[in-house]
Structures are given as C-alpha cells and as structure tokens.
Design a binder for this molecule. Structure first.
Ligand SMILES: *Cc1c(COP(=O)(O)O)cnc(C)c1O
Length: 354
C-alpha cells in the first residue's frame, strides 16, 4: 500500500498561477504546475511521483500510438466558500477506469495509487481550484501502453498520469442534434462502455459531418437498424415522455456508464419523477412528440453537466423543443449544483474531501 505521504513530490520553483487569471477560463486549455506519473513494468506499478508538469519523451514505436491501448477519465474538483476542496464522486471514476483497463487488456491501477495520488496532487495544487461560481478544477487521469515495438500484442509496460486543468463555466448552448444514420459509435461486444481514446477518434467524423449540415452533434444509434438510441455525442441522453424520464440501459455494453447519468437518475427519483432505464427507439419518440408528450431531451456529462437539446432531426422529421420550458432539466441541474455548493445536504456522500 502506498500511503499519500509516500508519494514523492518535486515542486517547481515558480508557479504559473500568477500568470493565469482563474476567471472564465476555456475548458482544457491551461494545466497546473504539477502532474502525477507512474510506470507499470514487470507486472507491477512503480515510480509513483508528483513532479513539475512537463512534456513526455516518447519513442516513435510507442505501442499506444499504433495500436490504441489508451484510456482516460474526467472528474471535477470544487472549492467551497470556506476554501475546502472536494472532488465529485471520484471513486466511481476509479472503478470505471479499471473497467476500461480490463476491456482494453491493460493492467488495473491499484486504488491507493489512483485515489491517494489524486488526493495528494490536488492538495499540492489546491490554489488552482477556482472558487468562483460554476468554476472547477478538471482532473484528467489517463493510461497508455509504452512498449517500444511494432509486434501486435498487449503491451507489457504502461504509463499512468494525472493532469489538472482549471476550468470556467462550461456554457452549453442548447444543441441541434441529428439522429445518426450512417456511422456507429458502439455495438454489443465492442468497446462502447469503456472510456478509451479510440471511441473519441472514431466519433469525430460523424460530428464533423453533422456540423457541416448545420447540427451540433449526433444522436448515436445501434449498428443494425440505426433506430435504437444510445448517446448524444459523448454524453448520456435522457428523454422526458409523459412525465417519465427514459434513458438507454447499460446492459448491451454500448453505453458509457456516466457518473453524471447515475447522479441525474438519483436526483430524478428524489424529485418523484419515475425513471426507466431501458431500450428506446426513435419511433417511440416520434409518436410521443406527435401527441405532445415528448417534452424534454438533454445530454449529461462531467464537462457540461446538463446540455439542453432544442432540435432533434430524424430523416425528414424535425422535433423542436422550447428550451425556456425545461422544468425537469432545470431542477436536476440546480440540485446538483446545490449539492456541490453545500446548499443541499450531501446525503449520498458524493463530495469527497481532499
Ligand atoms: C465520459 C463519457 C460520458 C459521460 O460520463 P460522466 O462520467 O458523466 O462524465 C458519456 N458518454 C461517453 C461516451 C463518455 O466518454
């Protein structure tokens, strides 16, 4: 077991913090002074250390660059009015990281390294957590294969890192979404449930083509009929039909089990809104829309928390939503930010003190 005090820290001389105003910062653009790094070799994790943020020197034959064993996580840390730092549900991200690792034939990371590494790195970088409303410190743990050879087999060596990026309010403008009819993000038996780099690479062309056609993102569908709904861009999706919240179920392995998705389900149930996790197809949405029962649709994820959808297009059918009347999405969003800001009691122990 590696206790927090065992992780060596090499501090930088001059903090960049003095040069970067922590106000309305764009997402993922600036990084803090330090990072955590660890290596996997000979069947064990070693060299866990916190050191100045710096470039990596990589061999051109690095396995991750060729065969894509690369996974990551996204988590947020907040600061309350008294200056205490909290991370939102990091244990869930830790568990999901190892699920992604298993699917990609990569070694799991021990809880001590992931959680204590996170705790210590954030403690070192505490001044980087913005205290302004809706601001946070985005945490990016990731792992990739580092064998230097071109033979196709699971790598025997890996690198694990955590980097941190202060971020301002993520202004999520209501989105126009097209139901994807050509490309597929995930299929049963595939890697859709894992947070691996390739899933993002494979989704970009669909998003680019949607943008050319005047849309912000796609609503992913199943690989066979392009009718069964999966996720919106890289977010989970919720539909409100006749007062019931419906979200695609996880069992086929085509959906990424979002921590925000899970938190939203919990909030909805507490608000007295029935939640159905099940298969849902586009015909059901069109029928409900026709009779005025399909009232809200939104995406969920750590970066934007909740993103409203104002238009959904499937073939020649266009469904429009009044984003000034989204009582359910608005209340869910408010409750989640109240929990983060300590205005609502944290009954589920979601706020993990650093
Ligand atoms: C990360 C991710 C999500 C959102 O997960 P959160 O834990 O809520 O941030 C949803 N879908 C995909 C494909 C993702 O990669």
């Amino acid at each position: 077991m590696i206790a927090a005090f065992d992780i060596p820290v090499t501090k930088i001389g001059h903090s960049k913090l003095n040069d970067i105003p922590l106000e309305n910062i764009p997402f993922g653009k600036y990084f803090t002074d330090h990072m955590l790094e660890a290596d996997y070799e000979n069947g064990e994790w070693k060299n866990v250390e916190i050191k100045p943020y710096q470039p990596l020197l990589l061999d051109p034959s690095l396995a991750a660059l060729h065969y894509g064993q690369a996974i990551f996580e996204g988590i947020k840390a907040y600061k309350d009015e008294k200056g205490n730092a909290f991370v939102f549900r990091p244990i869930e991200n830790f568990k999901r990281f190892n699920k992604s690792a298993r699917r990609m034939n990569m070694p799991e990371i021990p809880e001590e390294i992931f959680m204590e590494g996170l705790r210590k790195l954030i403690a070192v970088e505490k001044n980087w957590i913005p205290s302004l409303k809706e601001h946070s410190l985005y945490i990016r743990p990731f792992m990739f294969s580092t064998d230097t050879m071109l033979g196709v087999r699971p790598s025997e060596t890996y690198k694990f890192l955590i980097i941190l990026s202060p971020t301002g309010p993520y202004f999520a403008a209501p989105m126009k979404i097209v139901v994807e009819q050509t490309y597929t993000r995930a299929a049963p038996g595939g890697v859709g449930f894992s947070k691996n780099a390739g899933n993002y690479g494979g989704s970009m062309l669909a998003a680019t083509e949607a943008k050319k056609a005047g849309y912000d993102q796609v609503l992913w569908t199943d690989a066979v009929e392009h009718k069964w709904l999966q996720e919106v861009g890289m977010m989970n999706v919720f539909f409100l039909i006749n007062g019931v919240a419906i979200t695609p179920s996880l069992e086929e392995g085509t959906i990424l089990a979002g921590v925000t998705r899970d938190s939203v389900i919990t909030m909805l149930k507490e608000m007295g809104i029935p939640v159905e996790e099940r298969k849902v197809n586009i015909d059901e949405l069109l029928e409900a829309y026709e009779i005025g029962q399909f009232t809200e649709v939104f995406g969920t994820g750590t970066a934007a928390v909740i993103s409203l959808i104002k238009e959904l297009k499937y073939k020649e059918f266009v469904m429009k939503f009044d984003v000034t009347k989204t009582p359910v999405a608005t209340e869910v969003k408010q409750r989640l930010s109240d929990i983060r800001e300590g205005k609502l009691p944290d009954t589920h122990n979601w706020m993990w003190p650093v």
